[in-house]
Write a protein that binds this ligand. Sequence first.
Ligand code: 13P
Ligand code: SF4
Length: 298
Amino acid sequence: MKKRIEALKRQRCAIILAHNYQPPEIQDLADLCGDSLELSRRAAATDAETIVFCGVRFMAETAAILSPQKTVLMPRPEAGCPMADMITPEALAARKAELGDIPVVTYVNSTAAVKALSTICCTSANALEVVESLEADRILMGPDRNLALNTAARTAKQIIPWSGCCPYHDRLSVQEVADQRRAHPGAIFLAHPECRPEVVAMADAALSTSGMLRYARESEESEFIIGTEVGLLHALAKENPGKRFHAVSGKLVCPDMKKISLADVLGCLERMDGQVTVPEKIRRPAHAAVERMIALAK
Ligand code: 13P
Ligand code: SF4
């Protein structure tokens, strides 16, 4: 199956991008695995004609926003992000009207229509940098309440959080972390900023998925408790054969990230289906918000 995928990839001039939570066989197949920020940068920069996006809808949509001339395909188009559905453009427009003229920082885990109403996007890797880049001292940040609160703890600016969350990261409790710390004394605990502030407060570092990979690679420590979706453990173990990684909770699994199989990737390249497009009147303002974020790192 891998050989057929490789042949079709060449024929279609395609690139396969995969998020760090994807199943191991998809991570191993991909041309690039990364966090949301790396994947959006790569989607903007690639000269491939087709992008096969192994992740959830908002990620593929971001690629389509950045590269409208490319064909962006999702092997399982129904893979979504429940957090992205916790904010609608109508609700955001109403809240903006209530709050007056304040900037809106929107996590990339959101629909294109919500991005279109935002000042700038952010990911878990650059949320603080994005907030600090704005002149205003009062900022609306959504849809992730935890990312907003964890960012608020590191800035002097007033952050008004939206009330969404990742149902899986948000469920991680202080008790579970304490149990893992007791089971693995001396291990470093890394938390994703989508975890609750009280969980992040227990962490040695709060990082995006690729931030965790970098930390583990560069650290002299040899044992880590990983406070994010279990898919990241595959890349961590692969890159660091001499180090040990423990999932903070076996329940931290995102079912939408686990939908894609090799057969789905093959089928989508054969049929060229599962195309993700964004209507131009939404794409343009959404592009401005995503591009403002990407420009910060240039
Ligand atoms: P990262 O950008 O850290 O990879 O996170 C994406 C995500 O969906 C986390 O739940
Ligand atoms: Fe969305 Fe959470 Fe899944 Fe990330 S892990 S894609 S935030 S539901």
